[in-house]
Design a protein around this ligand. Sequence first.
Ligand SMILES: Nc1ncnc2c1ncn2[C@@H]1O[C@H](COP(=O)(O)OP(=O)(O)OP(=O)(O)O)[C@@H](O)[C@H]1O
Ligand SMILES: [Mg+2]
Length: 139
Amino acid sequence: MKETYLTSSERETESLGERMAARLAGISVAALYGELGAGKTALTRGIARGLGCRDSVSSPTYTVVNEYRGGARRVCHFDMYRLSGADELYDIGWEDYLASGCRCVVEWGQIAEAAFPPDTAYIRITKTGENMREITLEC
Ligand SMILES: Nc1ncnc2c1ncn2[C@@H]1O[C@H](COP(=O)(O)OP(=O)(O)OP(=O)(O)O)[C@@H](O)[C@H]1O
Ligand SMILES: [Mg+2]
């Protein structure tokens, strides 16, 4: 399944994420692709909200992973930007995260692609203008 959406503000991207959350119900990993400032964190904010988490969502810059609670499943938000590959993801306990049944949202998915299980949703964000984004969901 592949779907394409267009958004024209951060707020629209957040609400798209909120709606996408329902599509991610049976999935363990959402891998996000897109350049700096594409809107990966904005989309994650919506996804977490859509999954029932009320914690505030921001890039896990110093920690690699942030965890949000409140929904049926914990949401673990990874930012791979400073990591060099899938090995480092395993070093911080990736397999335990997957086994725990949490839903993992991973920014800079290309850095850790080798680690993703078959039930991964691939979300690509492309800047098509100052505030315009094309967002595709494949799962
Ligand atoms: N349609 C849009 N959707 C999302 N963000 C938008 C949009 N238009 C403009 N923006 C702006 O783009 C920026 C997106 O920031 P965000 O932190 O979500 O990106 P990111 O992909 O997570 O970046 P990083 O690679 O630094 O983690 C924000 O400043 C936001 O206001
Ligand atoms: Mg980000």
